[in-house]
Design a protein around this ligand. Structure first.
Ligand SMILES: Cc1ncc(COP(=O)(O)O)c(C=O)c1O
Length: 376
């Protein structure tokens, strides 16, 4: 899409076209707005896309993470090792089950949970590992698998990524949870998907998202505790149309990311996202989600964000460290200094405007503004 003169650049923007509108209208005309045929259609199409045997659509990524944790048996008093550099939901879901999120530091290059630090944080109470594929960069699952505990993958930001073994994120067999909030690679407004190789996990998630009713049970009989984490037919229709455009949407994001990396390459003190693949891991592909840069340590980030805003460029600190959020400090006694790599990254990061149909000139405009406000 061509950029319109004077048009404000948003931080994120979904690409929703005629086919999305048509599919949603079809559902509205059908009169079947929930628990209809599109639910299984969306699940199957999504499973095929990432190479998963099963997929369960849910009302959000958070709901999917919650049900996935329950499905691998996390409960009262357990510990789950996870990353402190994430959206808060990946830790919150552990607390929902009265278990404790145990944080371990991140890798300074990929910003994902460091497998060695995670292994060192395991105790006899640890029942699961919850690595996050942060900003669409695949976590080192081979290393986490060697720890030998159940794994739940937070893939909310990583649709379209391929891991070091060439496996698409979501196709490795562990429950992997995707999110479809409006800034994600595909969106249903709100929504999520859990993929798994395990039919029992799918059955339990399908039941628990629907108040604990087994798929073959009579109307309003429930044999376990459940939730209302269902995804509507309207959302499934939107998801199906988006999925058809996934390759183009991902290619658009990758194009914008490489334009940014070129335009920002020579700004002294600014660190850019690590390259997808390395000679040691040639098969890794990021599923581009956000473009996050690290500002120089000697600048005040808040004033940079404000200075960018006065030039019409939105940006935001992304992500703050979860363990330093007020709730986690108060409930679990966390404090500064526990995870120095994470804290350094969290203090320096800002997300720049990023969406699949962003033009080269918009990227240039952002890069020029970054250069100006940094005075370099
Ligand atoms: C890493 C991560 N985990 C979990 C979530 C939660 O997803 P949702 O907002 O769909 O509940 C998100 C998304 O916002 C996320 O980025």
């Amino acid at each position: 899409m061509a950029s319109r003169v004077g048009e404000a650049i948003p931080l994120a923007r979904p690409v929703v076209g005629e086919s999305e509108i048509e599919r949603v209208l079809e559902v509205l005309r059908s009169g079947r707005l929930s628990l209809g045929p599109l639910l299984a259609e969306f699940e199957q199409a999504f499973g095929r896309k990432v190479g998963a045997a099963h997929a369960s659509a849910v009302s959000s990524g958070t709901a999917g993470l919650h049900l996935a944790l329950r499905a691998v048996g996390v409960s009262d008093g357990d510990e789950v090792v996870t990353s402190p550099l994430s959206f808060v939901a990946s830790a919150n879901v552990v607390v929902y089950e009265r278990a404790t999120p145990v944080f371990a530091d991140i890798d300074p290059v990929t910003f994902n949970l460091d497998p060695e630090a995670a292994a060192a944080a395991v105790t006899e109470r640890t029942t699961a590992l919850l690595p996050v594929h942060l900003f669409g960069y695949p976590a080192d699952l081979g290393a986490f698998e060697r720890i030998g505990l159940p794994i739940i993958e937070d893939a909310c930001e990583a649709l379209g990524a391929t891991d070091a073994d060439g496996v698409p994120v979501g196709g490795r067999g562990h429950p992997a949870v995707f999110g479809f909030y409006a800034n994600k690679q595909i969106t249903t407004g709100e929504g999520g998907m859990v993929t798994t190789a395990n039919g029992d996990v799918k059955e339990r998630i399908d039941s628990e998202r629907n108040q604990g009713r087994a798929p073959d049970m009579d109307w309003l009989d429930h044999d376990r505790l459940g939730f209302n984490y269902r995804l509507s037919e309207i959302a499934c229709a939107l998801g199906l149309a988006q999925l058809e455009h996934l390759d183009g949407l991902l290619a658009g994001r990758a194009r914008v990311a490489s334009a940014y990396s070129e335009a920002l390459a020579d700004i002294e003190g600014v660190d850019l996202p690590c390259p997808d693949s390395t000679p040691a891991h040639p098969r890794i592909r990021r599923g581009w989600f956000v473009y996050v840069i690290q500002l120089p340590r000697d600048v005040n980030r808040d004033s940079i964000v404000r200075a960018l805003a006065t030039r019409g460029i939105p940006s935001k600190p992304y992500f703050p460290a979860v363990h330093l959020m007020s709730y986690y400090r108060e409930q679990f006694g966390h404090k500064e200094g526990e995870f120095p790599v994470c804290e350094d990254v969290a203090a320096r990061s800002i997300a720049l405007p990023f969406f699949p149909d962003m033009t080269e000139s918009q990227v240039e405009q952002v890069a020029e503004s970054v250069r100006e406000v940094l005075g370099r």
